[in-house]
Design a protein around this ligand. Structure first.
Ligand SMILES: [Zn+2]
Length: 88
């Protein structure tokens, strides 16, 4: 059992509840989504903005998130050709 106080990267909420760690795969996906979100001037009004969300391959592998927040964040269709962060 761990009592480390982790924060969900998406909503910034501190939690002792069950969180999920990033894998390279989920992180790649999130980076892609983030990139895509920022490439659009206005992405429909949503109750959560991700202006302060910082993700990087280097640092975010140690971060955690709620499954719920991840789903919310990635629940957006990304065009097939928007794949520039995918490994070649
Ligand atoms: Zn969250």
């Amino acid at each position: 059992m761990s009592d480390i106080n982790m924060k969900c990267v998406f909503c910034g909420e501190s939690t002792l509840l069950k969180t999920i760690k990033f894998t390279l795969e989920t992180l790649q996906k999130c980076l892609n989504v983030l990139e895509y979100r920022r490439s659009k001037p206005v992405v429909r009004k949503s109750r959560t903005t991700y202006d302060n969300l910082e993700l990087s391959i280097e640092s975010s592998l140690n971060e955690v998130y709620y499954a719920q927040c991840y789903q919310l964040f990635t629940a957006m269709k990304i065009p097939r050709d928007f794949q520039h962060l995918q490994p070649q």
